[in-house]
Design a protein around this ligand. Structure first.
Ligand SMILES: [Zn+2]
Length: 428
């Protein structure tokens, strides 16, 4: 029997194991900043497979000089102590090297919004629910099951395989994937099992930046309000200017891969959101400052500096038309996420390999799609010139209540990744 049918058969027989492993990962509640409990599950599984895990905590001082570095919000809040990455080097022949894996952290939950327990995998027919079951603990479990199947079938790979389970992707991935690459785990290509609905292959991610705008006012008692300057009123003008910028960008920026998977994204491939506003103490005082926090996301095509300067100009244009703000200019501060977009060339061999594997496994036609959020894959492509793609399960309500995927698509992910490993590395 040729090796691929044997692998598929083996993976099918591991269905219960796959669901159980995904369930153990969901139950470990690894919200960004607290990745360790889930990494313990990964380490135990690698040991069970006789694969030696490399476990380390990232060092921000070592990473700081890198072009892709920024201080992530979770680093600022928790530091990197007690937040290990896990990687493993599985030796094969003298051929190429392939990385497979993903991120182990998940975003937090609002339990009241969930109909099910977010921290317990709930299986209803083919559907499985739980925080991270789609994004992307299901994918990590599918990759680990693929490794197990390759081992059980007894395949000798023609090149080395790297497995990685990394921290803080949801916060920018600096301490995770960037740290892993800087530790020396640089492959010739990478497959990350993010939920892009196999057989689709994700070849791009969006740039993402966070910013804070400090808007000065002048504080007085409300009864003498005419002598003060209300910072909330000034902030409202800035909000409107940014809203206009967002609309202008939406109507002029296009990126088809972003809406191939989700047609609703057409005309919305870039987005600018003000997410928080803080100002004032109580109704009887004119507030002396307002602070707006926002996020901008954009597809490949523009640089970080170009996008930054558009935001700064939109703020400046309000100040130029306002006597108070001309004398007391608002300031823009960049914090947290500062990621550039990435795009893996669609003719890269790993794209072809994964597309063909996914189509053979699912019997469906693959699309090349692009994420509308930031992804760790950018570190491979942008800074190491390593083609990186995502192949993973279906995903519904990602980051929301009752996040779910299907067992079928998890099995298909596992098979597609196993077949891609065989095709990319070859066998001996
Ligand atoms: Zn993800």
């Amino acid at each position: 029997m040729s090796v691929k049918p044997a692998l598929s058969k083996n993976i099918d027989s591991l269905e219960d194991d796959l669901v159980e492993l995904a369930g153990a990962l969901v139950a470990s509640q690894s919200v960004t900043g607290n990745e360790r409990p889930a990494q313990e599950v990964v380490i135990d599984r690698l040991k069970l497979l006789d694969i030696k895990p490399d476990v380390w905590e990232p060092d921000a001082d070592v990473l700081r000089g890198h072009k892709g570095f920024f201080e992530t919000s979770s680093f600022v809040e928790y530091g990197y102590e007690g937040r290990p990455n896990v990687a493993a080097h599985i030796e094969g022949g003298n051929g190429r090297t392939l990385t497979v894996g993903g991120h182990i952290d998940v975003v937090d939950v609002t339990p009241a919004e969930w109909e099910r327990d977010p921290w317990k995998l709930t299986k209803e027919g083919d559907t499985v629910y739980g925080r991270g079951v789609a994004d992307m603990k299901g994918g990590i479990a599918a990759v680990l099951i693929a490794l197990e199947a390759i081992q059980e079938v007894g395949v000798d790979l023609g090149g080395d395989l790297i497995f990685q389970s990394t921290i803080e992707e949801e916060d920018g991935g600096v301490g995770g994937t960037l740290s892993t690459l800087e530790r020396g785990y640089v492959p010739d290509a990478a497959i990350i099992a993010e939920p892009f609905a196999v057989p689709n292959v994700c070849v791009a991610s969006a740039g993402v930046m966070y910013f804070k705008i400090h808007v000065p006012g002048k504080s007085v008692h409300a009864a003498w309000g005419h002598e003060g300057v209300n910072a909330i009123g000034k902030a409202a003008k800035i909000y409107q200017s940014l809203e206009k910028l967002d609309n202008d960008r939406k109507s002029s920026i296009d990126y088809p891969p972003a809406y191939r998977q989700n047609p609703e994204l057409e005309g919305n491939v870039t987005n600018l959101n003000i997410g928080t506003i803080e100002s004032g103490d109580w109704p009887s005082t004119v507030p002396s400052e307002a602070v707006l926090e926002g996020r901008i996301g954009w597809p490949p095509g523009e640089t970080r500096d170009e996008v930054r300067s558009q935001i700064e100009c939109a703020v400046e244009s309000v100040a130029n038309d306002d006597e108070w703000l001309t004398e007391h200019p608002p300031t823009v501060e960049w914090f947290g996420w500062q990621a550039s977009p990435h795009e893996t060339p669609s003719d890269a061999e790993i794209v072809k390999v994964a597309t063909e594997a996914g189509e053979a496994v699912t019997g469906k036609t693959a699309s090349l799609v692009g994420g509308n959020a930031g992804l760790d894959e950018r570190f491979f492509q942008r800074y190491y010139d390593v083609p990186a793609i995502s192949v993973g399960p279906k995903g519904y309500n990602l980051h929301g209540a009752d996040e779910h995927t299907t067992v079928t698509s998890l099995l298909e992910t596992s098979e597609t990744i196993a077949h891609s490993i065989i095709d990319y590395l070859g066998t001996e």
